[in-house]
Design a protein around this ligand. Structure first.
Ligand SMILES: NC(=O)C1=CN([C@@H]2O[C@H](COP(=O)(O)OP(=O)(O)OC[C@H]3O[C@@H](n4cnc5c(N)ncnc54)[C@H](OP(=O)(O)O)[C@@H]3O)[C@@H](O)[C@H]2O)C=CC1
Ligand SMILES: O=C(O)[C@@H]1CCC=N1
Length: 276
Protein backbone atom coordinates (compact mmCIF):
# COMPACT_ATOMS: atom_id res chain seq x y z
CA UNK A 1 0.00 0.00 0.00
CA UNK A 2 1.25 3.49 -0.85
CA UNK A 3 2.49 5.28 2.24
CA UNK A 4 0.47 8.30 3.35
CA UNK A 5 1.96 11.77 3.12
CA UNK A 6 1.82 12.80 6.77
CA UNK A 7 2.14 16.28 8.24
CA UNK A 8 2.85 16.52 11.96
CA UNK A 9 1.83 19.81 13.57
CA UNK A 10 4.09 20.17 16.62
CA UNK A 11 7.48 18.48 16.73
CA UNK A 12 7.80 17.73 20.45
CA UNK A 13 7.94 14.53 22.51
CA UNK A 14 4.96 12.72 21.02
CA UNK A 15 5.66 13.63 17.40
CA UNK A 16 9.28 12.54 17.88
CA UNK A 17 8.17 9.20 19.34
CA UNK A 18 5.74 8.60 16.46
CA UNK A 19 8.29 9.59 13.82
CA UNK A 20 10.98 7.38 15.38
CA UNK A 21 8.58 4.43 15.37
CA UNK A 22 7.39 5.04 11.80
CA UNK A 23 10.95 5.32 10.48
CA UNK A 24 11.97 2.16 12.33
CA UNK A 25 8.97 0.46 10.70
CA UNK A 26 10.28 1.38 7.24
CA UNK A 27 8.39 4.59 6.59
CA UNK A 28 10.07 6.75 3.96
CA UNK A 29 11.36 9.91 5.75
CA UNK A 30 10.44 12.12 2.78
CA UNK A 31 6.79 11.20 3.30
CA UNK A 32 6.86 12.83 6.73
CA UNK A 33 6.91 16.58 7.30
CA UNK A 34 6.98 18.24 10.69
CA UNK A 35 6.06 21.78 11.56
CA UNK A 36 7.17 23.51 14.76
CA UNK A 37 8.05 27.15 15.47
CA UNK A 38 11.26 26.06 17.20
CA UNK A 39 13.84 25.98 14.38
CA UNK A 40 16.44 24.16 16.49
CA UNK A 41 13.91 21.44 17.29
CA UNK A 42 12.94 20.80 13.67
CA UNK A 43 16.58 20.91 12.53
CA UNK A 44 17.33 18.21 15.10
CA UNK A 45 14.46 16.11 13.68
CA UNK A 46 15.88 16.43 10.16
CA UNK A 47 19.37 15.50 11.37
CA UNK A 48 18.11 12.50 13.32
CA UNK A 49 15.46 11.08 10.97
CA UNK A 50 15.89 12.76 7.58
CA UNK A 51 12.28 13.98 7.67
CA UNK A 52 11.26 17.25 6.03
CA UNK A 53 10.60 20.12 8.41
CA UNK A 54 9.23 23.64 8.38
CA UNK A 55 8.25 26.37 10.81
CA UNK A 56 5.04 27.00 8.84
CA UNK A 57 1.98 24.88 9.63
CA UNK A 58 0.43 25.94 6.32
CA UNK A 59 3.47 24.72 4.38
CA UNK A 60 3.42 21.41 6.25
CA UNK A 61 -0.15 20.56 5.30
CA UNK A 62 0.07 21.81 1.71
CA UNK A 63 0.98 18.37 0.31
CA UNK A 64 -0.35 16.16 3.08
CA UNK A 65 -3.16 13.64 2.87
CA UNK A 66 -2.99 13.00 6.61
CA UNK A 67 -2.65 15.60 9.33
CA UNK A 68 -1.43 14.58 12.80
CA UNK A 69 -2.09 17.15 15.51
CA UNK A 70 0.68 16.92 18.11
CA UNK A 71 0.47 20.24 19.95
CA UNK A 72 -0.50 20.78 23.57
CA UNK A 73 -4.27 20.92 24.13
CA UNK A 74 -4.03 24.44 25.53
CA UNK A 75 -2.83 25.89 22.21
CA UNK A 76 -5.00 23.64 20.06
CA UNK A 77 -7.76 26.24 19.48
CA UNK A 78 -5.32 28.77 18.00
CA UNK A 79 -3.39 26.17 16.00
CA UNK A 80 -6.50 24.52 14.52
CA UNK A 81 -8.20 27.81 13.70
CA UNK A 82 -4.96 28.87 12.01
CA UNK A 83 -5.10 25.72 9.87
CA UNK A 84 -8.76 26.14 8.88
CA UNK A 85 -8.13 28.21 5.77
CA UNK A 86 -5.19 26.01 4.69
CA UNK A 87 -6.90 22.62 4.40
CA UNK A 88 -6.31 21.46 0.84
CA UNK A 89 -8.39 19.03 -1.17
CA UNK A 90 -5.70 16.31 -0.84
CA UNK A 91 -6.29 16.11 2.89
CA UNK A 92 -8.48 13.12 3.75
CA UNK A 93 -7.86 12.45 7.42
CA UNK A 94 -7.05 14.29 10.65
CA UNK A 95 -5.46 12.31 13.46
CA UNK A 96 -5.25 13.97 16.86
CA UNK A 97 -3.06 12.66 19.67
CA UNK A 98 -4.07 15.54 21.93
CA UNK A 99 -5.33 14.54 25.36
CA UNK A 100 -8.73 15.92 26.28
CA UNK A 101 -9.74 17.43 22.94
CA UNK A 102 -12.99 16.05 21.52
CA UNK A 103 -13.53 15.18 17.86
CA UNK A 104 -16.45 17.60 17.55
CA UNK A 105 -14.33 20.39 19.04
CA UNK A 106 -11.53 19.81 16.52
CA UNK A 107 -14.10 19.69 13.71
CA UNK A 108 -15.53 23.00 14.84
CA UNK A 109 -12.11 24.71 15.07
CA UNK A 110 -11.01 23.39 11.68
CA UNK A 111 -14.38 24.26 10.13
CA UNK A 112 -14.36 21.02 8.16
CA UNK A 113 -16.28 17.78 7.94
CA UNK A 114 -13.06 15.78 7.47
CA UNK A 115 -12.99 12.58 9.52
CA UNK A 116 -11.15 12.87 12.81
CA UNK A 117 -9.44 9.91 14.44
CA UNK A 118 -8.39 10.39 18.02
CA UNK A 119 -5.30 8.39 18.88
CA UNK A 120 -3.93 8.12 22.38
CA UNK A 121 -0.39 6.75 22.10
CA UNK A 122 2.41 6.80 24.65
CA UNK A 123 6.13 7.52 24.50
CA UNK A 124 7.24 3.85 24.10
CA UNK A 125 5.93 4.36 20.55
CA UNK A 126 9.51 5.49 19.81
CA UNK A 127 10.60 1.86 20.31
CA UNK A 128 7.55 0.55 18.45
CA UNK A 129 6.39 -0.63 21.87
CA UNK A 130 3.54 1.84 22.22
CA UNK A 131 0.05 1.11 23.51
CA UNK A 132 -2.48 3.08 21.51
CA UNK A 133 -6.21 3.67 21.90
CA UNK A 134 -8.16 4.80 18.83
CA UNK A 135 -11.60 6.24 18.19
CA UNK A 136 -12.98 7.58 14.91
CA UNK A 137 -15.60 10.25 14.33
CA UNK A 138 -18.74 9.11 12.50
CA UNK A 139 -17.48 10.70 9.23
CA UNK A 140 -14.60 8.20 9.00
CA UNK A 141 -15.11 5.35 6.54
CA UNK A 142 -13.34 1.98 6.68
CA UNK A 143 -10.49 3.18 4.43
CA UNK A 144 -9.80 6.19 6.64
CA UNK A 145 -9.98 4.10 9.81
CA UNK A 146 -7.52 1.68 8.20
CA UNK A 147 -5.24 4.54 7.23
CA UNK A 148 -5.12 5.77 10.85
CA UNK A 149 -4.65 2.26 12.18
CA UNK A 150 -1.80 1.55 9.74
CA UNK A 151 0.07 4.65 10.94
CA UNK A 152 -0.42 3.91 14.62
CA UNK A 153 0.18 0.16 14.30
CA UNK A 154 3.67 1.02 13.07
CA UNK A 155 4.49 2.24 16.55
CA UNK A 156 2.76 -0.27 18.78
CA UNK A 157 -0.30 -2.22 19.78
CA UNK A 158 -3.62 -0.70 18.76
CA UNK A 159 -7.05 -1.04 20.40
CA UNK A 160 -10.19 0.68 19.13
CA UNK A 161 -12.59 1.91 21.81
CA UNK A 162 -16.35 2.01 21.31
CA UNK A 163 -17.08 5.44 22.83
CA UNK A 164 -15.04 8.58 22.47
CA UNK A 165 -15.22 9.16 26.25
CA UNK A 166 -13.17 5.97 26.72
CA UNK A 167 -10.19 7.75 25.15
CA UNK A 168 -9.99 9.62 28.47
CA UNK A 169 -9.68 6.26 30.24
CA UNK A 170 -6.99 5.16 27.78
CA UNK A 171 -5.20 8.45 28.46
CA UNK A 172 -5.30 7.76 32.20
CA UNK A 173 -4.00 4.20 31.85
CA UNK A 174 -1.59 3.88 28.93
CA UNK A 175 -1.13 7.49 27.74
CA UNK A 176 0.13 8.66 31.13
CA UNK A 177 1.01 5.13 32.24
CA UNK A 178 4.72 5.10 31.33
CA UNK A 179 5.20 7.85 33.92
CA UNK A 180 3.63 5.65 36.62
CA UNK A 181 6.04 2.80 35.88
CA UNK A 182 9.00 5.21 35.70
CA UNK A 183 7.97 6.58 39.09
CA UNK A 184 7.90 3.07 40.53
CA UNK A 185 11.36 2.46 39.04
CA UNK A 186 12.64 5.73 40.51
CA UNK A 187 11.34 4.92 43.99
CA UNK A 188 12.52 1.29 43.90
CA UNK A 189 15.96 2.50 42.85
CA UNK A 190 15.97 4.97 45.77
CA UNK A 191 14.92 2.19 48.12
CA UNK A 192 17.75 0.00 46.78
CA UNK A 193 20.30 2.73 47.49
CA UNK A 194 18.83 3.19 50.97
CA UNK A 195 19.36 -0.55 51.52
CA UNK A 196 23.05 -0.09 50.70
CA UNK A 197 23.33 -1.03 47.02
CA UNK A 198 25.66 1.12 44.87
CA UNK A 199 23.77 3.52 42.57
CA UNK A 200 24.51 1.73 39.30
CA UNK A 201 23.56 -1.66 40.71
CA UNK A 202 20.37 -0.14 42.15
CA UNK A 203 19.35 1.25 38.77
CA UNK A 204 20.26 -1.78 36.65
CA UNK A 205 18.68 -4.32 38.99
CA UNK A 206 15.50 -2.22 39.09
CA UNK A 207 15.23 -1.67 35.34
CA UNK A 208 16.06 -5.25 34.38
CA UNK A 209 13.44 -6.45 36.87
CA UNK A 210 10.82 -4.18 35.27
CA UNK A 211 11.75 -5.48 31.82
CA UNK A 212 11.68 -9.13 32.91
CA UNK A 213 8.32 -8.71 34.66
CA UNK A 214 6.80 -6.95 31.63
CA UNK A 215 8.10 -9.62 29.27
CA UNK A 216 6.68 -12.41 31.44
CA UNK A 217 3.32 -10.65 31.57
CA UNK A 218 3.14 -10.13 27.81
CA UNK A 219 4.81 -13.29 26.53
CA UNK A 220 3.73 -15.96 28.99
CA UNK A 221 -0.04 -15.79 28.81
CA UNK A 222 -0.56 -15.94 32.58
CA UNK A 223 -2.29 -12.94 34.19
CA UNK A 224 -0.19 -10.64 36.40
CA UNK A 225 -1.92 -11.94 39.54
CA UNK A 226 -0.73 -15.51 38.80
CA UNK A 227 2.79 -14.30 38.08
CA UNK A 228 2.79 -12.35 41.35
CA UNK A 229 1.63 -15.41 43.31
CA UNK A 230 4.53 -17.46 41.88
CA UNK A 231 7.03 -14.94 43.27
CA UNK A 232 5.34 -14.87 46.66
CA UNK A 233 6.53 -17.73 48.87
CA UNK A 234 4.34 -18.23 51.94
CA UNK A 235 6.04 -16.56 54.90
CA UNK A 236 8.76 -15.22 52.59
CA UNK A 237 10.26 -11.87 51.64
CA UNK A 238 7.80 -10.89 48.89
CA UNK A 239 4.85 -11.47 51.19
CA UNK A 240 6.43 -9.13 53.73
CA UNK A 241 6.81 -6.40 51.09
CA UNK A 242 3.34 -6.89 49.55
CA UNK A 243 1.75 -6.57 53.00
CA UNK A 244 3.29 -3.12 53.32
CA UNK A 245 1.85 -2.14 49.90
CA UNK A 246 -1.60 -3.47 50.88
CA UNK A 247 -1.55 -1.82 54.32
CA UNK A 248 -0.55 1.46 52.64
CA UNK A 249 -3.58 1.25 50.35
CA UNK A 250 -1.72 0.82 47.05
CA UNK A 251 -4.83 -0.43 45.21
CA UNK A 252 -6.90 2.55 46.28
CA UNK A 253 -4.03 4.94 45.55
CA UNK A 254 -3.60 3.63 41.99
CA UNK A 255 -7.37 3.78 41.37
CA UNK A 256 -7.45 7.39 42.63
CA UNK A 257 -4.45 8.35 40.48
CA UNK A 258 -6.07 6.91 37.33
CA UNK A 259 -9.36 8.62 38.18
CA UNK A 260 -7.53 11.95 38.64
CA UNK A 261 -5.91 11.61 35.21
CA UNK A 262 -9.23 10.77 33.57
CA UNK A 263 -10.96 13.66 35.37
CA UNK A 264 -8.26 16.04 34.15
CA UNK A 265 -8.79 14.87 30.54
CA UNK A 266 -12.57 15.30 30.88
CA UNK A 267 -12.15 18.79 32.39
CA UNK A 268 -9.83 19.83 29.57
CA UNK A 269 -12.40 18.51 27.08
CA UNK A 270 -15.19 20.55 28.69
CA UNK A 271 -13.07 23.73 28.84
CA UNK A 272 -11.98 23.38 25.21
CA UNK A 273 -15.50 22.53 24.02
CA UNK A 274 -16.58 25.88 25.47
CA UNK A 275 -13.99 27.53 23.20
CA UNK A 276 -15.32 25.85 20.05
N1 LIG B 1 4.03 13.20 25.97
C1 LIG B 1 3.27 12.11 26.02
O1 LIG B 1 3.63 11.09 26.62
C2 LIG B 1 1.93 12.11 25.33
C3 LIG B 1 1.40 13.26 24.79
N2 LIG B 1 0.19 13.22 24.16
C4 LIG B 1 -0.36 14.44 23.58
O2 LIG B 1 0.53 14.85 22.57
C5 LIG B 1 0.45 16.27 22.44
C6 LIG B 1 1.85 16.83 22.41
O3 LIG B 1 2.47 16.51 23.65
P1 LIG B 1 4.06 16.53 23.76
O4 LIG B 1 4.64 16.08 22.48
O5 LIG B 1 4.39 15.86 25.01
O6 LIG B 1 4.28 18.12 23.90
P2 LIG B 1 5.55 18.95 23.46
O7 LIG B 1 5.46 20.27 24.16
O8 LIG B 1 6.79 18.14 23.63
O9 LIG B 1 5.32 19.16 21.89
C7 LIG B 1 4.47 20.11 21.35
C8 LIG B 1 5.24 20.89 20.33
O10 LIG B 1 4.38 21.80 19.66
C9 LIG B 1 5.14 23.00 19.43
N3 LIG B 1 4.28 24.11 19.11
C10 LIG B 1 3.93 25.16 19.90
N4 LIG B 1 3.16 26.02 19.21
C11 LIG B 1 3.02 25.50 17.97
C12 LIG B 1 2.36 25.94 16.80
N5 LIG B 1 1.66 27.08 16.77
N6 LIG B 1 2.43 25.17 15.70
C13 LIG B 1 3.12 24.01 15.69
N7 LIG B 1 3.79 23.55 16.78
C14 LIG B 1 3.73 24.28 17.90
C15 LIG B 1 5.87 23.14 20.73
O11 LIG B 1 6.91 24.08 20.61
P3 LIG B 1 7.37 24.88 21.95
O12 LIG B 1 7.91 23.84 22.89
O13 LIG B 1 8.40 25.82 21.41
O14 LIG B 1 6.14 25.55 22.48
C16 LIG B 1 6.38 21.73 20.95
O15 LIG B 1 7.58 21.50 20.26
C17 LIG B 1 -0.37 16.80 23.59
O16 LIG B 1 -1.62 17.22 23.14
C18 LIG B 1 -0.49 15.62 24.53
O17 LIG B 1 -1.74 15.59 25.18
C19 LIG B 1 -0.50 12.06 24.01
C20 LIG B 1 -0.02 10.90 24.51
C21 LIG B 1 1.21 10.83 25.26
O1 LIG C 1 0.34 14.40 30.58
C1 LIG C 1 -0.34 14.58 29.56
O2 LIG C 1 -1.28 15.41 29.58
C2 LIG C 1 -0.05 13.84 28.29
C3 LIG C 1 -1.22 13.01 27.85
C4 LIG C 1 -0.85 11.60 28.15
C5 LIG C 1 0.56 11.65 28.48
N1 LIG C 1 1.00 12.88 28.52
Amino acid sequence: MKQAQIAFIGGGNMATSLIAGLIADGYEPRRLIVSDPDRAKVDALTARFGVRTTDSNAAAIAEADTLVLCVKPQIAPAVCRGLASELGSRLSLVVSVMAGVREATITSWLGTDLPIVRAMPNTPAMLQAGAIGLHASPQANATQRNQAETILRAVGMVRWVADEDLIDAVTAISGSGPAYFFLLMETLEEAAVALGLPGEDARLLTIQTALGAARMAIEGGDPPATLRERVTSPGGTTEAALKVFADGGLGDLVARAAAAARARAAKLSDQLTEQS
